[in-house]
Write a protein that binds this ligand. Structure first.
Ligand code: DGJ
Length: 386
């Protein structure tokens, strides 16, 4: 019996040590030294990075990437988990920092599990020493509420505390409209609008100057969005509004938690989504896309001397084959990242959505290139370094 027990315990300890050594040999962080747009991108634990429609904040020597955590299948197009955060010192290798903002288990919460929570962006407010996250929020499972959500944290990686969701700038007229364009809808205009079925893309008869007037009292619609902090610390919220037909650029308050009422309309009736802004040599550049749901379309680029306009359209910034140009390398912009310590170096970040299996959406990061006149453009790269 004693012999048997000794043999048994030897076998058990052999099994345990084999398991431990296997674990030690399990592939740890893959060390990346370049970007490979569109390929599966693993985090430091060997798990595909899950941060879609995201943006990046540089803080105290590290980059922090925030994006939508998606799950498998079509259910992954709804927010089942929340906003995922990763951090990196070199932009190639990312450490999983966990879920920064969790959806709520309370079905009555604005951010209840199963809502639509998209394109989160985080900025740092020096005045309040806090991190502020804004995102596009739909209360249910369709795109009719067109609200913006805001959350705040003292630690960059979270947990973020959800504050509220709302329509934007109720009771404020845009700064770049005048006279009769600053009046609520007349009855015949209301009737005209009620006869048009809008679905988030271009429609016949889209009225260029009615929807923001309709929404004057309840606040402006806001769907695809980004944030931009200018050199003087003023933050702006840029979003697709007016049934996606018109972009709005709206100033945020000093604490970045609300809107000041100062806002402008940009590109009325042009149907831009996926806004992504950067500033170079005193000029502001705005990438965007058209409105074709999850399917890619041709990117657009515009330039301005002031964030609030006038904006000049520069056309499609993509170079390459017809397919690459018409589908933006099968992707849609989400953010433009200035590389810290490398003035003039910017990364165009885009999503290659996969609505049938949302978790397998890919990241297409490309360098922003500049032509002889200084105009930005994009070209496909299989592999590149900044
Ligand atoms: C395109 C937007 O850019 C995405 O963020 C998402 O809202 C899809 N439309 C939904 O169809």
């Amino acid at each position: 019996m004693r012999n048997f027990l000794m043999k048994f315990s030897a076998i058990v300890s052999l099994l345990i040590s084999t398991c431990l050594s296997l674990q030690a040999e399990a592939p740890q962080s893959k060390k990346y030294e370049s970007f490979r747009p569109g390929e599966v991108w693993l985090d430091g634990s060997g798990v595909p990075i899950n941060a879609h429609g995201g943006g990046i904040l540089f803080h105290e020597g590290r980059y922090y990437w925030f994006g939508e955590h998606k799950i498998e299948g079509e259910a992954g197009n709804l927010a089942q988990v929340g906003v995922h955060c990763y951090s990196s010192a070199d932009l190639y290798n990312w450490r999983d920092e966990g879920i920064a903002l969790k959806v709520s288990e309370n079905p009555r919460s604005d951010i209840a599990k199963g809502c639509i929570l998209e394109r989160p962006k985080v900025i740092y407010c020096a005045k309040t020493k806090s991190f502020v996250m804004w995102f596009h929020l739909e209360l249910g499972q369709n795109y009719s509420s067109a609200r913006s959500g805001v959350a705040v944290a003292k630690n960059i990686t979270g947990p973020y505390r959800f504050i509220e969701s709302k329509r934007i700038n109720a009771g404020f007229w845009p700064m770049n409209v005048f006279g009769r364009f600053k009046e609520p809808l007349r009855p015949e205009e209301k009737e005209y609008l009620s006869g048009i079925k809008m679905y988030g893309g271009p429609v016949d008869g889209y009225p260029l100057d009615m929807i923001y007037r309709r929404d004057f009292f309840d606040g402006q619609m806001a769907r695809d969005m980004t944030l931009f902090v200018d050199d003087d610390g003023t933050a702006y919220h840029i979003y697709s509004s007016e049934e996606n037909g018109t972009l709005h650029i709206a100033q945020l308050s000093d604490d970045y938690l609300s809107h000041t009422g100062f806002w402008v309309r940009t590109f009325p009736g042009k149907f831009n989504e996926a806004p992504a802004i950067f500033k170079k040599d005193g000029k502001y550049y705005l990438f965007s896309s058209g409105c074709t749901g999850w399917a890619p379309n041709a990117a657009r680029l515009a330039v301005a001397d002031s964030l609030t306009g006038e904006w000049t359209e520069l056309g499609n910034p993509c170079r390459g084959t017809d397919e690459e140009k018409s589908l933006t390398f099968r992707s849609q912009s989400t953010y433009v990242l200035p590389v810290v310590g490398k003035p003039g170096t910017f990364i165009f970040m885009a999503d290659r959505w996969n609505p049938k299996n949302a978790i397998d959406g890919r990241y297409v990061w490309l360098p922003v290139l500049f032509d002889e006149e200084g105009a930005p453009y994009l070209e496909w790269q299989d592999e590149w370094k900044y």
